[in-house]
Design a protein around this ligand. Structure first.
Ligand SMILES: NC(=O)c1ccc[n+]([C@@H]2O[C@H](COP(=O)([O-])OP(=O)(O)OC[C@H]3O[C@@H](n4cnc5c(N)ncnc54)[C@H](OP(=O)(O)O)[C@@H]3O)[C@@H](O)[C@H]2O)c1
Length: 329
C-alpha cells in the first residue's frame, strides 16, 4: 500500500457532498451533523488503511491532526477523538490523560489495556469518570466481537469461567502455512511482508502480543491480572529442527499445532499446543482468530467466535467503527 505523506493526508479533501447526495429525505431539512474531529497517530500499515477508509465515510469525520515519529500536521488539541495506530508505549501512557480531558480514544495498540495493570486501571477509571469513551475492539481479534461479547455476558449477569483462544492472526497464519518443507523463518518473512505480523515480529514470536491480548480479555472478564501473571512460551529462540519435530508429532497424533492462550479460574497461559481435530479451536484457517468462551450460560459447551484477526484493512475498519460508535453515543 502506498503510504500518504502526513501533510498530504491533511490536505483539504474534495467535498463528498451531503450523505444524502444533496437531496433531502424523510423528516425534512436538518442541518448536517458536525463532523467528529479526528487525530490520527501512526501512518504505518494500519494508519494508512485508516486514511484510505476515511475517504468512504464522507463528511462524518474531519481529520485535524496526523502524526508519525517523523512529522506532524494540524492541531492535535482540536481533536475530539484520538485514533492510536502506533505501537508506542509513550502514546499508550497518555490514553487515560486524554480520556480525563474528555477526548475519546480509539486504539489498535494493545499497550494501553494489555500493558501494566496500573495503566489498565487508569484507563478504566478515566473512562468511567468522564464523558469520554474508549474504543478497543481493534486491540484483540481486529474487530471480531470478542470484548463486546464478554462485556455483554457480564452485564447480563454471567461470570466468565474460562477463555481459550488462538489470538494471534500472525501465529495462526504461520502454523497454518508451516508444513516443514521450508524454514519457519521464511514463513515469518512472508507473514511480515503481508502485514500480518506486529511491527516487530519478535513481539509475535516471543508470545508478548498474545500475552497482551489475553490480559485485555482476562481483565475485561473480571480478572485483574498483572502482566507477569501470564505464563508464556516464547518461540523466538525455537530452532527449525525443534519446530519440525513438534509438527511431526502433532501430525502423527492427527492433530495440528496452534499457539493457544488459556484463562481458567484466573490462571493464564499461552503456549504452542497440539489441538485434536475436534477441538473448537482447530477449525480456523489463515489468519483466523478462534476464541472459546465458557460462562454461566455457556458452561458445558463454549460459545465460539471465529474470523480473520489480523490485517490492516479490517483493523482500520474496526477503529473507524469504534470512532463512529464513540462519536454517536
Ligand atoms: N497490522 C495488523 O494487522 C494489526 C492488527 C491489530 C492491531 N494492530 C496494532 O496496530 C498498531 C499499528 O500497527 P502497524 O502494523 O500499523 O505498525 P507500523 O506499520 O509499524 O506503524 C506504526 C506507526 O506508528 C508511528 N508511531 C510510532 N510511535 C509514534 C508516536 N509516538 N507518535 C506518533 N506516531 C508514532 C510510526 O511512525 P513512523 O512511520 O515514523 O515509524 C508508524 O507510522 C500496533 O499497535 C499493532 O499492534 C495491528
Amino acid at each position: 500500500m502506498t503510504r500518504p505523506a502526513v501533510g498530504a493526508a491533511l490536505a483539504p479533501r474534495p467535498s463528498c457532498g451531503s450523505r444524502h447526495g444533496g437531496e433531502l429525505f424523510g423528516r425534512g431539512a436538518s442541518a448536517a451533523p458536525t463532523p467528529a474531529r479526528l487525530a490520527l497517530l501512526g501512518t504505518g500499515n494500519v494508519g494508512s488503511a485508516v486514511l484510505e477508509r476515511l475517504q468512504r465515510l464522507g463528511d462524518r469525520f474531519e481529520l485535524v491532526h496526523v502524526a508519525n515519529t517523523r512529522q506532524a500536521s494540524g492541531d492535535f488539541d482540536a481533536a475530539g477523538i484520538v485514533i492510536d495506530a502506533t505501537a508506542s508505549e509513550a502514546v499508550a501512557e497518555r490514553h487515560a490523560e486524554w480520556l480525563a480531558r474528555g477526548v475519546h480514544v480509539v486504539t489498535a495498540c494493545k499497550l494501553g489495556q494489555g500493558g501494566p495493570l496500573r495503566r489498565w486501571r487508569a484507563i478504566r477509571d478515566a473512562a468511567a469518570a468522564g464523558g469520554a469513551r474508549y474504543g478497543d475492539s481493534a486491540t484483540v481479534g481486529a474487530g471480531l466481537p470478542l470484548l463486546r461479547t464478554i462485556r455483554a455476558l457480564r452485564a447480563g449477569g454471567d461470570r466468565i469461567h474460562g477463555i481459550a483462544g488462538v489470538l494471534s492472526g500472525s501465529l495462526a497464519w504461520l502454523f497454518d502455512a508451516y508444513d516443514g518443507t521450508r524454514p519457519f523463518a521464511a514463513c515469518v518473512r512472508q507473514a511480515q511482508a503481508a502485514g500480518y505480523t506486529e511491527p516487530d515480529p519478535r513481539d509475535d514470536l516471543s508470545g508478548e502480543d498474545v500475552r497482551r491480548k489475553l490480559l485485555i480479555l482476562a481483565r475485561a472478564a473480571g480478572f485483574e491480572l498483572e502482566s507477569d501473571a501470564v505464563r508464556v512460551e516464547s518461540l523466538a529462540g525455537a530452532s527449525d529442527d525443534a519446530l519440525r519435530d513438534r509438527l511431526a508429532a502433532a501430525r502423527a497424533s492427527g492433530g495440528r499445532l496452534a499457539f493457544v492462550a488459556r484463562l481458567q479460574d484466573g490462571v493464564a497461559s499461552a503456549r504452542l499446543e497440539v489441538l485434536p481435530p475436534d477441538d473448537p479451536l482447530a477449525t480456523g484457517r489463515g489468519t483466523d482468530n478462534r476464541v472459546a468462551l465458557w460462562s454461566d450460560r455457556y458452561a458445558a459447551q463454549p460459545l465460539v467466535i471465529q474470523g480473520p484477526g489480523a490485517g490492516a484493512a479490517i483493523t482500520a475498519a474496526a477503529l473507524l467503527d469504534d470512532a463512529i460508535a464513540v462519536s454517536t453515543r
